[in-house]
Every structure is written in structure tokens, then in C-alpha cells.
Design a protein. Structure first.
Length: 462
């Protein structure tokens, strides 16, 4: 049996494509129009409708709900948020601590809503385990662990080589850091359940309806225009396809593979009984989960960026990327050298120029947006949605400021990415530097980060 390449993702191959929803039938009006049927858009519709049941909310989706990153990600529901350290520099340490505390609580919030709405998404709260495989990675891990504790994560734990092996037997792991603020889930089951919950509340979802332009009080599509006081852009890695947004967020590629189901003996040799989500401290890092049906789903960067902010064709990825991900799998677990890779796919995530996630409402125009999650969107999208809800309620006079509207990522302004070919050259150079640094660190003995990687981080603004 050969590897399935593309087809959106393994998650859709396993759970099936959703039943299609009708496209927009023509010009219409709404109180709130949400562009994008992924996690951010659906969570925003959910929380707005729960808060103000009489609101007329319309969601417009170019393909079908979950077609983008929400249906292709690694299933990491965890407390990481892009840009926290920068927000600490701009707004002070305590403001960044409040942001981190909100993210910690978001993991519980998502799981609680799944329970309330009876969404079965294979969720398992096993936390997040991040391992170090070299002296340089261990030094970074220790520094990372100390920083997380400084931001209030006092329940985080640090493990040595033996304790790490007791959890997951990753070859060559010399240490790890674990946080309880994380869970494994099935991305497509979550997005399908969320879309059904939103529709049950009375929200209208139109699929196969690409929005070509967003302007104040207007979302323009080939089938008609939705007019609404609030137009919310929730398009993450596909933002560049909108008129005037080509340089707003860079669509960074991430790729994944899913193995065949492992045998009981293979799982016995690996451990991983806690079903933690698993990552490492490489510069071009990997991420993985043990799926509910006994596979390993593992991801990382393949070809990081396509010239002109282009996106993939239904998740298809390059053969060399599949081999590179298989190499990571076997490097972590040599006993799986003969295991079949059943599925491979790719998707895009939104990367702002300063690598900071943001949520914004322009009160002068009614335009709002959230995103730029840099790969940490499964949980961050939920916090962004609740924040958009509070911003709209505040703007419409239904409530005042809240703890969420005071978080430092609200209304943060980011400069645009460079035009081509500088954008393509910059990203390619950055990831070539990271991969080279990872190779040198893996074969060296220095307990310091490779200087080329440090320089690449500084130049990229990462």
C-alpha cells in the first residue's frame, strides 16, 4: 500500500468529508459577517451567538469548514502563544503573564466546551512533553523551562534522561520539560463538532463562497455581497489571497505524516502511555501525537514557503518532505524503521512579520481580525474568538472593557512583509540556516546554540 499524498489531510481521510453547505444565494445583510470557517471563525460565531442570541451572524467559507489549518494541524491543544516575549518587552512582564494565564485557561475552556456540546474529538489531556536530543538543545530546554516558570507556569516539570525515557523512549533524549496545559485531539472531529454546534445556535454558514475583498461593512463574493456593521477576517494562512492582503501574513507551510497503526509490541517498546503531545528543541522543530487509533502523526517544516504567498493544492506535499519526516520518525524511534507511512499532507499557517499573534477590532470601520498564530492556533483561536466577542460587545455598548480586551496582544500593529523576491529569499535563507544549525548541533558537543541560528532568529524577527 502506497502513501496517500494530499486529499486535504489524514484527519479527513479517517473521518470523512463533511456534507456540503449551500453557497451564498445573493446579496444579504447580517449583524456580524465572519470570513473564514476554521477554528477562529467558528469559535467567534459560537461565543457571539451565546452572548447575544438575537444577533444575525453569517459565516462565509471559501471551500468547506476546516479546509485550512483547522483540518490539517497536528492536534496540539496547548498553551503556547506566538509573541509573548515581545509583548513582555512592549507592555511589561505582568501584562505578558496575564496573557500566558489566559492561554493556560484556554486549554480547559476548549475541553469544557467539548463536554458541554458533546463534541467527541478524541481529546486526551496528557500535557505537552518537549525533549532535548543534544547538549545545545538541553541548554535551550533548561532556559525555556526557566522562562516558562517565570511567566507563572509553576506546575511545569523538568526531567532528566531516565525520567524522560519513563514517559516516552525517544532515542538519545537527554532531558525534557513537561506542562499539564496541553491535550491531544482529532482536529477534524473538533471542527465538525464546532460547526454543528454553531449551526444549532442559529448561525448561518455558507460554504464554497470565496470572499474576494473585505472593506468596511462589506464582504464581497462572486455570488453577492454581505453587508454588516462588523466584518471579521478569520482567514489565517489564506489571508494573502484577499485583495490588499498579500503581504499581511506570510503563509508558512507545515507538513505531516501519519503511520499505519502500531502493534501492541511496538507501543510497548516506545512507551508514551500518557499520550502527551511530543515536540523537540530543534530550530526546525517537529511535533507529534499518539492518535486514538494507535498511529503516530508527526509534522515539521518541509518546503517552508511558496513564492508569491501561494498555497498548496489540497494538501499535497513534496516527496522529499515525506522522506524527511520519516527520517525524524525513525531517528526518534529506530524500532519503527519498517513501519508504513499511510498518509502525508501539508497546510499553511499565518506568520506576521514580527511573529506575534494578534486580535484587533477597528472601531472606526467595524473591521476586525485575529490570527498570525505561527502554528499555535488550536488553542489560541479560542482565546482570540472570546476576545473578539468582548471587543464587539464593548464597541456596541453592550458591555465595558474586560480582562480579555486588556490583554497586550489586542490591537497590536504589525508591519507588512517585504515584497517578492525578498520575502521568498528571506524565508528560504532562514530555514536553510536553521537546518544547518540543527545538523551541527546534533553532531557536536557544544552546550550552546549555534551562532548561525542565533543570527537567523535576529534577522527574521522570530
Amino acid at each position: 500500500m502506497s502513501t496517500v499524498n494530499g486529499g486535504i489531510s489524514f484527519w479527513y481521510a479517517q473521518d470523512g468529508a463533511p456534507a456540503p453547505r449551500e453557497p451564498l444565494p445573493g446579496d444579504t445583510t447580517a449583524d456580524v459577517c465572519i470570513v473564514g470557517g476554521g477554528y477562529t471563525g467558528l469559535w467567534t460565531a459560537y461565543y457571539l451567538k451565546k452572548a447575544v442570541p438575537f444577533l444575525n451572524i453569517t459565516v462565509l467559507e471559501a471551500k468547506f469548514c476546516g479546509y485550512g489549518a483547522s483540518g490539517r494541524n497536528g492536534g496540539w491543544l496547548y498553551n503556547g502563544i506566538a509573541g509573548r516575549d515581545r509583548y513582555a518587552k512592549l507592555h511589561g512582564h505582568e501584562a505578558a503573564v496575564r496573557l500566558q494565564q489566559a492561554m493556560n485557561a484556554t486549554v480547559t475552556e476548549v475541553l469544557d466546551v467539548c463536554e458541554t456540546e458533546k463534541i467527541e474529538a478524541d481529546q486526551h489531556r496528557g500535557g505537552v512533553l518537549e525533549v532535548a536530543l543534544s547538549p545545545a538543545q538541553l541548554a535551550r530546554l533548561k532556559a525555556f523551562h526557566a522562562v516558562e516558570i517565570a511567566f507563572g507556569e509553576t506546575d511545569r516539570e523538568m526531567y532528566g534522561a531516565r525520567e524522560t525515557s519513563d514517559r516516552v523512549r525517544v532515542r538519545g533524549a537527554v532531558g525534557s520539560s513537561w506542562t499539564p496545559h496541553g491535550a491531544r485531539l482529532h482536529p477534524v472531529k473538533l471542527v465538525k463538532g464546532l460547526a454543528a454546534a454553531v449551526e444549532a445556535l442559529g448561525v448561518t454558514i455558507h460554504e464554497s463562497t470565496p470572499v474576494t475583498e473585505i472593506k468596511p461593512k462589506h464582504a464581497v463574493t462572486p455570488y453577492g455581497t454581505v453587508r454588516a456593521p462588523y466584518i471579521l477576517r478569520c482567514t489565517e494562512g489564506f489571508t494573502a489571497s484577499l485583495a490588499g492582503q498579500r503581504r499581511t501574513w506570510l503563509p508558512m507551510n507545515s507538513s505531516m505524516i501519519a503511520t499505519e497503526p502500531l502493534t501492541d509490541a511496538q507501543w510497548e517498546s516506545i512507551g508514551w502511555e500518557g499520550r502527551e503531545t511530543l515536540g523537540d528543541m530543534a530550530h526546525a522543530y517537529m511535533y507529534a501525537q499518539r492518535t486514538a487509533d494507535g498511529r503516530i502523526a508527526l509534522g515539521g517544516r518541509g518546503v517552508p514557503y511558496r513564492f508569491g504567498s501561494k498555497t498548496d493544492n489540497d494538501g499535497r506535499t513534496q516527496p522529499q518532505t515525506i522522506e524527511a519526516l520519516r527520517d525524524i520518525l525513525v531517528r526518534f524511534f529506530p524500532q519503527l524503521a519498517g513501519v508504513r507511512v499511510d498518509h502525508a499532507w501539508s497546510g499553511v499557517l499565518g506568520v506576521p512579520r514580527d511573529w506575534c499573534a494578534t486580535v484587533t477590532l477597528d472601531r472606526s470601520t467595524g473591521l476586525g481580525w485575529a490570527g498570525g498564530y505561527v502554528g499555535s492556533g488550536v488553542a489560541t483561536a479560542n482565546l482570540a474568538a472570546r476576545t473578539l466577542r468582548d471587543l464587539i460587545q464593548q464597541d456596541s455598548g453592550q458591555s465595558g472593557p474586560t480582562d480579555l480586551t486588556a490583554l497586550p496582544w489586542v490591537n497590536h500593529k504589525v508591519r507588512k512583509w517585504e515584497p517578492e523576491p525578498l520575502r521568498w529569499l528571506g524565508v528560504q535563507t532562514m530555514y536553510a540556516a536553521f537546518r544547518g544549525a540543527d545538523r551541527r548541533e546534533a553532531t557536536g558537543h557544544a552546550a550552546t546554540t549555534d551562532r548561525v541560528a542565533i543570527l537567523a532568529n535576529r534577522l527574521s524577527g522570530r
